[in-house]
Design a protein. Structure first.
Length: 357
């Protein structure tokens, strides 16, 4: 990286940090700068916010995938980050990928991400036919999966992934039993209730279609995300109505014994288990060609650090940055953590530099 390229990446990082951390004075400066424009469009069939810089196109481009939040691309942090990226000079696509807002992840979510990336990279506004991917939480997982897709892999310059999960089968075991499986032991881990709710929604959406299953999915979507009883919607249906697939899913979600997990997981339909594999970046990480930057807290409230390390070990060009400034997917600047600002800044500088390359 040249000195000029490093300086430009550092300026980009300042804009992103100012947006993410709400640094005092940033808004005052922004009002006096040339501001980007935000437009609502449909890209590859997906509702998308497009942030365009005030400068003349073509621009370096990126696709930003948010995490599971009911506000989707309209979440205040997502909007601020998109605005900050536009201010830094990047045309930024923020799609509402199918299911993500309610925590319902399916291969369609991944496929839609690939389709948006393919459309964005072909836009005449995109410079050099290259695109960067940025994702938070579930969006980070989808960004890693999309970057390995053969239809777009050669066009992706960098993947910046914040607090992803990478092995969905292990995360299912974690959410149901309270234990995470490493190479040599089971580690106790207590994620928030929302993780089990989101997994129930995702697994139900990946069951074979049937009328009762469709209504089950609707009931799970309507469930409070912090519910301590995500199995409640299952109880409306008999064994005959849900079928063997629904009964197997109920048994898996109700189980709290890690010794029984493998057998109960194996009882799920093969198509459902195939979807779990397809939504696990750790299993395709060796196909990642782009520079991969992963940011995680030392102990994330949802996913153990091992989830990020699994991709770093398998990918060709991957690096993990660990900082306690991150609360799952949200950066927090406090006086006690000010000394870690350089660590977070380094992650952003490397990502921005690769995005402009």
């Amino acid at each position: 990286m040249t000195a000029l390229g490093l300086a430009r990446a550092q300026l980009d990082a300042v804009a992103v940090l100012a947006a993410a951390l709400i640094i005092p004075g940033a808004e005052f400066i922004a009002r006096r700068a040339r501001t980007p424009s935000l437009g609502e469009e449909v890209v590859a069939g997906i509702p998308t916010t497009v942030v365009r810089p005030a400068s003349r196109s073509p621009w370096p481009a990126l696709v930003f995938a948010n995490g599971a939040t009911s506000e989707g691309r309209r979440h205040p942090l997502v909007r601020r980050l998109g605005w900050g990226l536009g201010w830094a000079g990047y045309v930024t696509y923020i799609p509402d990928l199918p299911g993500v807002a309610v925590g319902e992840l399916t291969p369609r979510s991944r496929d839609a991400a690939v389709e948006v990336i393919a459309a964005a990279v072909e836009s005449p506004e995109t410079r050099g036919g290259r695109i960067a991917l940025v994702g938070i939480s579930t969006g980070a997982t989808l960004s890693l999966l999309a970057a390995a897709d053969p239809d777009v892999a050669a066009r992706v310059s960098v993947v910046a992934a914040v607090a992803p999960f990478t092995d969905l089968e292990k995360v299912i075991m974690l959410a149901t039993t309270g234990f995470y499986r490493t190479a040599d032991r089971l580690e106790p881990y207590s994620p928030p209730p929302y993780l089990l709710v989101a997994l129930a929604r995702s697994l139900a959406a990946n069951l074979p279609r049937c009328p009762a299953g469709d209504e089950l999915c609707a009931g799970l979507r309507a469930l409070d995300g912090n519910s301590t009883d995500p199995l409640a919607p299952f109880r409306r249906w008999s064994v005959d109505e849900l079928g063997s697939a629904g009964v197997a899913l109920y048994a898996l979600l109700a189980n709290r014994d890690p010794a029984r997990f493998d057998k109960l997981y194996a009882d799920l339909p093969s198509a459902t288990r195939a979807a779990v594999d397809a939504l696990s970046p750790a299993r395709i990480a060796s196909r990642l060609r782009a520079q991969t930057e992963i940011l995680s807290p030392p102990r994330d409230k949802y996913f153990p650090l091992e989830e990020a390390l699994a991709v770093v070990r398998a990918a060709q060009h991957a690096r993990l940055t660990v900082t306690s400034m991150l609360s799952h997917a949200t950066p927090k600047l406090t006086p006690r953590k000010l000394f870690e600002l350089g660590t977070l800044d380094g992650f952003i500088v490397r990502s921005m530099a690769a995005a402009r390359a």
